[in-house]
Design a protein around this ligand. Structure first.
Ligand SMILES: *Cc1c(COP(=O)(O)O)cnc(C)c1O
Length: 427
């Protein structure tokens, strides 16, 4: 595969941006080689600057549920642009997108738009603290909620209690209020509530973990979180920035029938433009300024281009029929990859919920970060590179989710399975 132009661009980019990129995983460091520079996207396909074409399973990290450059979304953006790109004042578009989101996620009674998932989660946590008048929060090892200081924390070695900063620059004092529990382990959560009585403002969780690779919740886990937070007077935050409009038409909260107090959203709701949102119970959302005292603002929040793209994207995935097709396509891909690996005798764990999936090169069933991290990164790197050579663009890390879109038709899925079969045949 000729990637000469990408090589030249990457050399130039490395002089301009740390690591040559504007978000770390894009640099391909977890899989070797170097990133491809993209010229355009169309439907299920990405085209790089050297003219190579790939079936895309990253889809802007899950954002593009209707694929690249869907005509309906593009037209909505073009129409909106002719009317001005930002008002800094309310517009009816915000009402339209809010109502559309509430139609998918009826637990959201009131909502606030922001510009990214990171902003959504950090604001939701501030709100949970304001509402409960408590400082500590619980997150789960291996779950990612954006790069806000207090969320860049993982369990220290040994007992998972006091968080240690996961990045230099995160003050230890901030990290100290972030408690870390194990995903799918209710005892680890209850132990924290017992240890810090009356101090825990809330729990933030990816209801289907996606940022350590896809790890589904085990039966009873989310119910248990709902029960514990209710019992201890803490706020339950479902971070559905990835899972909303991905694992089910109504997000993980509908799929598993759990009512979180607050929900954070991003990715799909922007239709490929930068949007985030947090919302939930009116009683809690009333705390947000200017209705209440919890301050949170944004120069470009509710941006008309972004609102228009989101409205258009959601209008395309409203019908149940669309979700039946997405489920079918994803299930077909899952079965195809699994069967190709089995024929070749390569041990993998294929996880999937709705349109999100991960192929773990592992003999251990992934249920939390401890069982995920044993996956073989060298094997994944080899798989990634061979798939790329065969025209399939996967997320460049063992610990990321893959995504399909409505443009991943039977034909596209079959081509992908063909590529996978070829990769495993010559493993
Ligand atoms: C992507 C993601 C975020 C962060 O969103 P950004 O728009 O990248 O800031 C937060 N939470 C989850 C679960 C995500 O997948």
């Amino acid at each position: 595969m000729n990637i000469n132009k990408s090589i030249a661009f990457f050399q130039e980019a490395q002089k301009l941006f740390p690591g040559g990129v504007n978000s770390p995983v894009r640099a391909f460091r977890a899989v070797g080689g170097q990133p491809l520079f993209i010229e355009r996207g169309e439907g299920a396909y990405l085209f790089d600057v050297d003219g190579n074409r790939f079936i895309d399973y990253v889809l802007s990290w899950g954002s593009l549920i209707t694929g690249h450059a869907h005509p309906t979304v593009i037209e909505a953006i073009q129409q909106a642009a002719t009317k001005g790109t930002s008002y800094g004042a309310p517009s009816p578009l915000e009402i339209d997108l809010a109502k559309s989101i509430m139609d998918f996620l009826p637990n959201i009674e009131m909502i606030r738009f922001v510009n990214s998932g990171t902003e959504a989660t950090m604001s939701a946590l501030r709100l949970a603290r304001a509402y409960t008048k408590r400082d500590k929060i619980i997150k789960f090892d291996g779950c990612y909620h954006g790069h806000a200081d207090m969320l860049l924390v993982q369990a220290g070695s040994g007992v998972a209690t006091l968080g240690l900063p996961d990045s230099p620059g995160v003050p230890a004092t901030v990290a100290a209020d972030t408690l870390v529990a194990n995903f799918n382990d209710l005892d680890s959560v209850e132990a924290l509530f017992k240890k810090y009585p009356g101090q825990i403002a809330g729990i933030i969780v990816e209801p289907v973990a996606g940022n350590m690779g896809v790890v589904p919740p085990q039966t009873g886990f989310l119910e248990g979180l709902r029960k514990l937070t209710t019992e201890y007077g803490a706020v339950l935050i479902f971070d559905e920035v990835m899972t909303g409009f991905r694992v089910h038409r109504g997000g993980a909260q509908t799929l598993y029938n759990i009512k979180p107090d607050l929900t954070t959203l991003g990715k799909v709701i922007g239709g490929g433009l930068p949007v985030g949102a947090y919302g939930g119970k009116k009683e809690i959302m009333q705390m947000v300024a200017p209705l209440g005292p919890m301050y949170q603002a944004g120069t470009l929040s509710g941006n008309p281009l972004a609102m228009s793209a989101g409205i258009a994207a959601l209008s395309l995935i409203r019908e149940e029929e669309c979700w039946r097709k997405l489920e079918q396509a994803a299930a077909k891909l899952e079965a195809g990859v699994l069967s190709a690996a089995q024929h070749a005798g390569v041990p993998i764990q294929q996880t999937r919920v709705g349109t999100m999936f991960t192929t773990f090169f592992s003999e251990t069933k992934p249920t939390d970060w401890n069982t995920v991290k044993v996956a073989n990164k060298i094997r994944f790197g080899k798989f990634f590179q061979k798939m790329l050579e065969n025209g399939v663009y996967l997320a460049p890390s063992q610990f990321e989710a893959g995504f399909i879109s409505t443009m991943h038709t039977d034909d596209v899925i079959e081509k992908t399975i063909g590529a996978g079969t070829e990769v495993f045949r010559t493993w």
